[in-house]
Ligand binder design. Structure first.
Ligand code: ATP
Length: 505
C-alpha cells in the first residue's frame, strides 16, 4: 500500500491555478490515449465536430445510456421506451416547424470568411468583459442580446455587435455581414429514383428524436393501453449542421439524445414541468454530479412550440453550459401532426368523464426532458479526471492520473492481474475471470510490473484490481485494490465476485 503522506488532488478542483483550457486539453488527450474518444476518420485528418467512441468510451456511453433508460422506463411504471427510425417522412419536419424555424441567426466576418452564431459571438465578448472585470457591461450586453433574440430583431443584434466593436477572433476586424438565418438540418436523397425535382426525394436526418415519439403517440398509447399522464422515452442519434461546432464532444454535428415526452392533461403542464425539473436535477446528482455544479437557467426566448423552458446547466471545464433541456411543449406537436396527416390524434380521458369535467377527448400537452448523451459523458469524464501527487515514505514524490468514474458506470469493473506469468497464477486468474465475467465487465492482464498495471487501470478508470500471487496458492486469498483510495486489502478468492457486485450495485 502506498504511503499517502500528502494526498493532493489537483486537476479537478475549481480553485486549481492551472488554466482551465490547459486542463481541458489534457482531458481530451487522455480520452484519446486510453481508448475513450477518437476524432472521426482521423487517418484522413478527421471530420470537424464528429467523434468516434473507442473501446472504453463506447462501454461508458452504453452504461450511462442504460442508467438513463432504467431510471425512465423501469423505475416509472407509466413510462415506456421506443426506438424510432432516424429517417422520417419529410412532412414530419414541415409539421414540426423545423423546415421553417430550425435555424440560428448567423453572421459572417467579411475579412476572414468565418461564420459565427450571433449568440455565441456576443456571449464570447461578454465572457471577455467579465474576465477583465467589466461585469456591468457583460450583464447589460447579455440582457440586450436576450431581448433582441426574443423579438427576432436581427438589425438590433447587428447594431449591438457594431456598437460594442465586437471583433472576429481570426481577422481581428469588425467587418461584418448582416445577421441571417441558417437552417441546421442535414438532408439527403431517399431511394434510387432520379427526379427533375430535387426536393421530391429529399429526406432529413432527424435533428431531434422527439418527433419519432410524437408520430407514434397513438400507436404506443393504444397498444400499451397507456393512461394519461404517461411518458414515452427514447435514445438515439440526432444530426445538426452546427455552424460553430467546437469544445470537443459538447457540440457535435452527429450526437445522441436521450429524450422523454410526458403526456399530460391540458392545464396541468406547469405542475409536471416543475416535477420533471426537480426529478432530472436529482437524477444527475445520483450519477455523481455535485449539486453545486448544476444550476437552472430559464429561457427568455421561447421556441415556437413552448410555453415554458429551462436548461439544466453544468459547470463544464469551459464554463456553465446547457446539459439538459426541460420544455413544456404544449399541444403544439400533436396538433401539427394531426393537421398535416389529417389523422385524429387525441386521447379519450375516461377519468375526466368520471370526474364530471366538461370534456373527455383532448390533445394532450407535453412536458419534455431532453439530455445529450455526449454532453453527459463529457460531464462525467471531466468530473472523474484527476491528477494526484503524494509523498512516499522515503520522501520522494509519486503521482498518477486517474478517472474516478462512479463504479456503477465504469467501463471495466474489475482487473484481474496474476503477479507472474507462471507458477499456475494465470490459471487461477482465468478461473476467477470465468466466474465473474457474466456478472460484470472484467479485464485480464499479465504483462508489466504490478505497479505499472495499477497505474494503467487508474487511467482507464477501473474501480477494482485483484492481484493473484503465490500466497493465493497457499491460502486462497488475493489482494483487492481500490482505485479511489489506492487502499489494498487481503480477501478470500471466493469473496471477490460478491465484493465487486456489492460495490457496483
Ligand atoms: P444548444 O443551445 O447548446 O445548441 P439546444 O438548446 O439547441 O442546445 P436542445 O434542442 O434542447 O438543445 O437539445 C436537447 C439536448 O441535446 C441539449 O440539452 C444537449 O444536451 C443536446 N445537444 C443539442 N445539440 C447538441 C450538439 N450539437 N452536440 C451535442 N449535444 C447536443
Amino acid at each position: 500500500m502506498p504511503a499517502l503522506l500528502i494526498f493532493a488532488p489537483m486537476a479537478n478542483e475549481a480553485n486549481n491555478p492551472a488554466s482551465p483550457a490547459g486542463r481541458f486539453q489534457e482531458l481530451i488527450s487522455h480520452c484519446k490515449e486510453y481508448g475513450y474518444i477518437f476524432q472521426s476518420s482521423e487517418i484522413y485528418d478527421g471530420l470537424a465536430a464528429v467523434y468516434d467512441y473507442g473501446q472504453n468510451g463506447a462501454q461508458l456511453k452504453k452504461n450511462i445510456r442504460d442508467e438513463w433508460w432504467k431510471s425512465m422506463t423501469q423505475m416509472h411504471d407509466n413510462i415506456v421506451g421506443i426506438d424510432a427510425a432516424i429517417f422520417m417522412h419529410p412532412t414530419t419536419w414541415k409539421a414540426s416547424g423545423h423546415v421553417d424555424n430550425f435555424s440560428d441567426p448567423m453572421i459572417d466576418n467579411k475579412d476572414s470568411n468565418k461564420r459565427y452564431r450571433v449568440d455565441h459571438l456576443i456571449e464570447g465578448f461578454a465572457d471577455e468583459q467579465l474576465a477583465i472585470g467589466n461585469e456591468q457591461l457583460a450583464k447589460e450586453i447579455l440582457a440586450s442580446m436576450d431581448a433582441l433574440l426574443a423579438k427576432d430583431d436581427y438589425t438590433g443584434l447587428k447594431n449591438l455587435i457594431d456598437e460594442n466593436k465586437i471583433k472576429c477572433a481570426i481577422s481581428k476586424t469588425c467587418n461584418w455581414t448582416d445577421v441571417r438565418q441558417f437552417n441546421l438540418m442535414f438532408s439527403t436523397e431517399f431511394g434510387a429514383v432520379a427526379s427533375d425535382n430535387p426536393d421530391e426525394n429529399k429526406v432529413y436526418l432527424r435533428p431531434e428524436t422527439a418527433q419519432g415519439i410524437f408520430v407514434n403517440f397513438l400507436n404506443v398509447q393504444k397498444t400499451g393501453r397507456m393512461k394519461i399522464p404517461f411518458g414515452i422515452a427514447q435514445t438515439g442519434k440526432a444530426f445538426r449542421n452546427e455552424i460553430v461546432a467546437r469544445q470537443f464532444i459538447f457540440r457535435m454535428r452527429e450526437f445522441e439524445q436521450m429524450e422523454m415526452q410526458f403526456f399530460v392533461r391540458p392545464g396541468t403542464q406547469m405542475e409536471w414541468y416543475n416535477y420533471w425539473k426537480d426529478e432530472r436535477k436529482k437524477w444527475h446528482e445520483s450519477m455523481g454530479v455535485p449539486a453545486e455544479k448544476l444550476r437552472f437557467h430559464d429561457h427568455v426566448k421561447l421556441a415556437h412550440y413552448a410555453d415554458a423552458a429551462l436548461d439544466i446547466e453544468f459547470e463544464f471545464p469551459f464554463g456553465w453550459k446547457e446539459l439538459e433541456g426541460i420544455h413544456s411543449r404544449t399541444d403544439f406537436d400533436l396538433k401539427q401532426h394531426q393537421e398535416f396527416s389529417k389523422k385524429k390524434i387525441q386521447y379519450f380521458d375516461n377519468d375526466l368523464k368520471e370526474d364530471g369535467k366538461p370534456y373527455g377527448n383532448y390533445t394532450p400537452f407535453v412536458v419534455e426532458t431532453s439530455v445529450g448523451l455526449d454532453r453527459l459523458f463529457l460531464t462525467i469524464i471531466s468530473l472523474a479526471y484527476a491528477e494526484e501527487k503524494w509523498l512516499k515514505e522515503d520522501g520522494s514524490e509519486d503521482s498518477r492520473v486517474v478517472l474516478k468514474i462512479p463504479a456503477k458506470i465504469a467501463p471495466t469493473k474489475l482487473a484481474i492481474l496474476p503477479l507472474l506469468k507462471k507458477d499456475g497464477l494465470p490459471e487461477i486468474a482465468k478461473e476467477l475471470m470465468n466466474e465473474c465475467k457474466s456478472a460484470f465487465h472484467c479485464f485480464y492482464e499479465e504483462k508489466d510490473a504490478i505497479g505499472k498495471r495499477y497505474r494503467r487501470m487508474d487511467a482507464i478508470g477501473t474501480p477494482f484490481c485483484v492481484t493473484i500471487d503465490h500466497q493465493t496458492k497457499e491460502d486462497n486469498t488475493v489482494t483487492i485494490r481500490y482505485r479511489d483510495t489506492m487502499v489494498q486489502e487481503r480477501i478470500s478468492l471466493s469473496e471477490v465476485k460478491n465484493r465487486v457486485l456489492e460495490k457496483i450495485s
